[in-house]
Ligand binder design. Structure first.
Ligand SMILES: NC(=O)c1ccc[n+]([C@@H]2O[C@H](COP(=O)([O-])OP(=O)(O)OC[C@H]3O[C@@H](n4cnc5c(N)ncnc54)[C@H](O)[C@@H]3O)[C@@H](O)[C@H]2O)c1
Ligand SMILES: [Zn+2]
Ligand SMILES: [Zn+2]
Length: 379
């Protein structure tokens, strides 16, 4: 089968790989029909995630058709069209039982933080991902969900990560009616976080990025304010000024380790790899939220230290929340939001690329060329 293949930082290609096989009675094999490239894949692509092994296949946002099932799979049958949440969850451990499907203790037993994730390095369990023609899906009775009749497949593929992640970012902000919410990052995740902030009763939503085409998109799509940090002297000062010097009630970091905007962070985090990526967005978030406010982090950072203003976080009495989205927990209500038109995720898809052109797709998405917001690979 054709599959994406990681060769080292900024080097990916498509190649022939052996077909995945059922290894456990609860496995399913899915023939992929759509698979996205995510901002999270850029951390792998840039070599910022520990234990990303040459020869692995990325891809944690995919949908497809069930080709084969193990003897203990009861919830799916061959031929079902399924959307597969990016977290691999056993459904049985103490964390899964709390709804923390992103922190499953069984799917990634070597780790203390994150659970298993498709196509996301051996740090996240070493599973091959869905940027391929076929993929092995473990614990097939737990998270994979049959795509509801009539749902557009472009909406379905975005329900595997982007929609639940944006929604959970807003949810973790604990938004109260009338709150001012600032979202750093106007990628697919930030766009969806801004859109979902209104569902929790926000009174004002402000998005900050550096790419005008994305700012324009989010302004229309999420009916919010959107500003370019390159046109500001200091984004923290800008937010303080626009909130009567109080600071925002809730700040969401939807940027993560690839953040631009601070040379020292870029050098220490991205060039020298002295910290787990550039912590510019989380730094700005801590300093621009009000005292007693909440910082919600969905932008991904590595496991080691960051040069973040942790003393300010303490002295301001902040609540900082973060996690990988628990897709399975959120799916029932998000499917409703998509079906009744409250959320229209497919509007984010700007590019459709054949799987065999995966290297070009990574290059374009990574460099943000051709006004790209979300590329989807079609095997
Ligand atoms: N927690 C989760 O479950 C989860 C799931 C999916 C993605 N993510 C993470 O969310 C983040 C965003 O993902 P995406 O797909 O939207 O990525 P993306 O790369 O498309 O978007 C990131 C955006 O941030 C902007 N940016 C860079 N530096 C900035 C700064 N200092 N301030 C404001 N904006 C800045 C970029 O211009 C870009 O538009 C990534 O870190 C990704 O790993 C987390
Ligand atoms: Zn993703
Ligand atoms: Zn579990």
């Amino acid at each position: 089968m054709l599959a994406m293949d990681y060769r080292g930082p900024k080097r990916v290609r498509v190649t022939q790989k052996p077909m995945p096989e059922i290894k456990h009675p609860q496995d399913a094999i899915v023939r992929v029909t759509r698979s996205c490239i995510c901002g999270s894949d850029l951390h792998l692509y840039n070599g910022n995630v520990p234990d990303t092994r040459v020869g692995s296949t990325f891809g944690h946002e995919f949908i497809g058709v069930v080709e084969e099932i193990g003897s203990e799979v009861t919830k799916l049958k061959v031929g079902d069209q399924v959307l597969v949440p990016f977290n691999i969850a056993c459904g049985q451990c103490a964390f899964c039982k709390q709804g923390l499907f992103g922190n499953c203790h069984e799917s990634n037993p070597e780790a203390t933080a994150v659970g298993g994730i498709f196509g996301y390095s051996h740090t996240a369990g070493g599973y091959n991902g869905g940027q391929a023609e076929y993929v092995r899906v473990p614990y097939a009775n737990v998270s994979p969900t049959v795509i509801p009749e009539g749902m557009d497949l472009d909406d379905a593929v975005l329900l595997t990560d982007v929609v639940p992640t944006g929604y959970q970012a807003a949810e973790m902000g604990g938004i109260q009616p009338g709150d001012t919410v600032v979202v750093f990052g106007a990628g697919p995740v930030g766009i969806m976080a801004a859109k979902c902030s209104w569902l929790f009763g926000a009174g004002r939503v402000i998005v900050i990025d550096q790419l005008d085409y994305r700012l324009e998109f989010v302004r229309n799509y999420a009916q919010c304010e959107a500003y370019n940090f390159k046109e500001m002297e200091d984004p923290v000062l800008f937010i303080k000024k626009t909130t009567d010097w109080m600071g925002a009630d809730v700040v969401i970091d939807a940027v993560g380790a690839e953040a631009a905007g601070n040379t020292m962070q870029t050098i220490t985090g991205r060039k020298l790899l002295l910290q787990a990526g550039s912590a510019t967005a989380v730094h700005w978030a801590i300093n621009s939220v009000k005292k007693g406010g909440t910082v919600s982090i969905v932008g991904v950072y590595g496991p080691t230290d960051n040069l973040i203003p942790i003393g300010n976080a303490l002295n301001k009495g902040l609540t900082i929340r973060g996690n990988q989205a628990s897709v399975k927990r959120l799916l029932p209500r998000l499917i409703e939001h998509v079906q009744n038109g409250t959320l229209n995720p497919k509007a984010l898809i700007t590019h459709r690329v054949p799987l065999k052109e995966v290297a070009e797709a990574y290059r374009m998405f990574s460099a943000k060329l051709d006004n790209c917001i979300k590329p989807v690979l079609i095997p």
